[in-house]
Design a binder for this molecule. Structure first.
Ligand code: SAM
Length: 301
């Protein structure tokens, strides 16, 4: 697959996502309930973890029980913000790239986490195929997705204020490169990629401006924490977490291998002068490491 035939990417390069969306923006409730769901599903300790679409590293402090933590994102500038915060901690590895061309050897990651990013996936099945390749057998993939079958969408559809059906299985692109997904479709596509979807938690039930204004955040968080458990039976919240088991039959990465060429998937040798050079004679692409950031967005030659 070449860059020109990968699906379009929602580009956050240079974005003020951290200050515009999170810091001081009244989203403590969302942040806290997501962390509760993540802690419920993610193994707290392990060898190698990747967060796919890690952004500025909002959730990085949840991964401190792991030996190696890859913060993977398409936006170099957001990764630099993560690095500014965690740069002294040797367990963090900052990797810029496209999730349709993951630059890692097969069977590398014990745990994979993806939160608030699948809604930018124009081709979720292609992404799941990439993740199935880099997943280590017996590991877990904790996936959050935006749920099209949420209560607000159902009400709007019933009142004819929305033309798409929240019950139809296929993803809906409500704004360019922003998709909501049906839980049944997500499970079906994960299964096609040889993952085994398990328990679901519904999250952010009270993400309603006026409610958040009058009810103390701590109380809302407590109520959401209780309601999350209903996710196995019905999913009417805007956000859903699913605990997914990695494909059983996949490979386990060989010791001392880590990165692979995102174009041809050949394992990459140790860097020379801050460059990772693909040893495949047909490829020979070179990838730059600049100031501690592994950059797989574009080859340098
Ligand atoms: C809404 S932000 C969420 C960031 C983080 N997960 C959080 O919850 O704070 C979505 C992130 O997905 C990343 N992203 C979107 N498309 C991507 C792609 N094709 N490959 C890698 N990252 C991508 C964006 O750069 C952005 O940082």
């Amino acid at each position: 697959m070449t860059h020109s035939d990968t699906p379009p990417v929602c580009d956050y390069e240079g974005s003020d996502y951290r200050t515009r969306f999170w810091e001081g923006q009244g989203r403590n409730y969302e942040d806290q309930v997501e962390r509760i769901a993540l802690r419920r599903l993610m193994p707290p300790t392990g060898g190698t973890l990747i967060e796919i679409g890690a952004g500025f590293g909002r959730l990085a402090d949840e991964y401190l029980g792991y030996q190696k933590v890859v913060l993977f994102d398409y936006s170099r500038s957001l990764l630099r913000e993560a690095q500014a915060h965690w740069g002294d901690d040797p367990r963090f590895i900052y990797v810029a790239g496209n999730w349709y061309q993951m630059p890692f050897v097969a069977g590398l990651f014990d745990t994979m986490v993806q939160i608030r990013t699948l809604h930018h996936a124009a081709d979720a099945p292609a992404l799941f195929q990439q993740l199935a390749r880099i997943a280590r057998p017996n590991g877990r993939y904790i996936l959050e997705f935006a749920n099209k079958q949420n209560l607000k969408a159902i009400l709007r559809y019933a009142l004819r204020r929305q033309d798409w059906s929240p019950f139809a299985p296929e993803p809906v692109e409500f704004v360019a490169l922003n998709f909501d997904f049906h839980p049944r479709w997500i499970r079906q596509e994960l299964t096609k990629a040889h993952f085994t979807p398990g328990r679901m938690l519904t999250v952010s039930h009270y993400r309603i401006g006026p409610v958040k204004k009058v009810v103390p955040t701590g109380l809302l968080v407590g109520l959401d924490s209780l309601a999350q458990h209903t996710g196995n039976w019905w999913q009417l919240s805007p956000s859903v977490f699913v605990d997914v088991a990695h494909p059983r039959g996949g490979q386990t990465s060989a010791p001392h291998t880590f990165f692979a060429c995102p174009h041809c998937q050949t394992p990459l040798p140790e860097p020379v002068n801050d460059r990772l050079i693909c040893s495949n004679a047909q490829c020979q692409r070179q990838w730059q490491i600049s100031d501690g950031l592994y950059d797989f967005k574009e080859p340098v030659s």
